[in-house]
Design a binder for this molecule. Structure first.
Ligand code: NAD
Ligand code: UFG
Length: 356
């Protein structure tokens, strides 16, 4: 990418997007963020500016709004690639409102791809998920593992992967990196940016950190009858800054014009739920209360990445250990007990572009 070009980051005010924008700015790349702020706050954009010391170009835009997307592309003809984070992401919620998930994630992505096609932008990095592997037959999971998600959210990722792959096949000058994230955790080392879940957190680490801060009484551990070392399910927890850096590596890879490529972004190390409780308790300095409950429907035993392909082809490797990940989460949670909730969250009206 030339120094005068820009990367459009959709969903750049969200958890993974905001950390990725910081890494892009720190490596002197120009960034344009769009986000409809449905699950995030404009305060995240202000905090990116504080951390990097750089002014951020942001527009409040919905990816379903093609006219607004085209306006952004026309205002920024220097945009040469897109990192596409924008989407709904709660597995449980997706089973209750599947149409909203299919519309926002799939129609939204098709609208984005159509707008890119109209203006001739042909490089995209897409946020996929380890959930596309369903219940995998082999651990650690290689990219060649069979695809078959067990929930509507995961199916949106699976379908979008196919759509992007078909687009690249039909148009060999397009390039795409489909990044299958394992479980992002932790927060920015500054302590002023991290995950900002609205309402009751669905995911393990944000819930556990709300137990630690006193907002929740105890953690419900979903199932202790899995065939694992302590009976609880295994996941591959990757620090969000390591994950963010994986996007820069993937973007660089697109310069080689690889066509459509998939990569697992994980550490290769699995941890059980109880091991995570122990690791986070250590960061907090006291034992955190938990109760063993029934399994959560739809959960699988083990999602641990085989990250060899990303390690070798992208020259990228997760480097941050679990203790540092837990310490960064506690640093963020203890300094911001309410996340970004207490800050004014909406974008100034001059940054809103809306036609739908
Ligand atoms: P997030 O909710 O913090 O960020 C997503 C952002 O997209 C939010 O800021 C939201 O406001 C925005 N958005 C949603 N719909 C939009 C729309 N129609 N138009 C414009 N903006 C829209 O989530 P995250 O954890 O940062 O996840 C980013 C991406 O990574 C998502 O696509 C998610 O599915 C994927 N992913 C996340 C995880 C995880 O555990 N966090 C794991 C695997 C994949
Ligand atoms: N868990 C608990 N108690 C909780 C929350 C979670 O015991 O309160 C357990 C779950 O049962 C699971 C593990 O902790 O065994 C991790 O659960 P998360 O909800 O944190 O994460 P998932 O692995 O279910 O899913 C996450 C994201 C998906 C993404 C996937 C990739 O939510 O979007 O990681 O592995 F696709």
């Amino acid at each position: 990418m030339s120094t005068s070009s820009s990367v459009l980051v959709t969903g750049g005010a969200g958890y993974i997007g905001s950390h990725t924008v910081i890494e892009l700015l720190n490596s002197n790349q120009n960034v344009v963020i769009i986000d409809n702020l449905y699950n995030s706050s404009f305060e995240a954009v202000r905090r990116i500016e504080t951390i990097t010391g750089k002014k951020v170009t942001f527009y409040k835009v919905d990816i379903l709004d093609k006219k607004a997307l085209l306006q952004v592309f026309n205002q920024h003809p220097e945009i040469s690639s897109v990192i596409h984070f924008a989407g709904l992401k709660a597995v449980g919620e997706s089973t209750k409102i599947p149409l909203d998930y299919y519309h926002n994630n799939i129609t939204g992505t098709i609208t984005l791809l159509q707008a890119m096609k109209e203006v001739g932008i042909k490089n995209i990095v897409f946020s996929s998920s380890a959930t596309v592997y369903g219940d995998p037959p082999v651990i650690p999971i290689p990219e060649t593992s069979p695809i078959g998600s067990t929930n509507p959210y995961g199916r949106t990722k699976q379908f979008i992967e196919s759509i992007i792959r078909d687009l690249c096949t039909a148009n060999p000058d397009w390039n795409a990196a489909l990044l299958r994230y394992f479980n992002p955790a932790g927060a920015h080392p500054s302590g002023i940016l991290g995950e900002n879940p609205l309402g009751v957190p669905n995911n393990l680490m944000p819930f556990l950190s709300q137990v630690a801060i006193g907002k929740r009484e105890y953690l419900s551990v979903f199932g202790q009858d899995y065939p694992t070392r302590d009976g609880t399910a295994i996941r591959d927890y990757i620090h969000v800054v390591d994950l963010a850096k994986g996007h820069l590596a993937a973007l660089k890879k697109l310069d080689d014009q690889p066509g459509c490529v998939e990569y697992n972004l994980g550490t290769g190390q699995g941890s059980t739920v109880l091991e995570m409780v122990q690791a986070f308790s250590k960061a907090v300095g006291r034992d955190l209360p938990y109760k063993i409950m029934d399994r959560r429907p739809g959960d699988v035993t083990n999602l641990t990445a085989n990250p060899t392909k990303a390690n070798t082809e992208l020259d990228w490797k997760a480097e941050i250990d679990l203790d540092t990940t837990c310490a960064s989460l506690w640093n963020w949670q203890s300094k911001n007990p309410n996340g970004l909730e207490d800050c004014p969250g909406d974008a100034p009206p001059e940054l809103v572009i809306k036609y739908i």
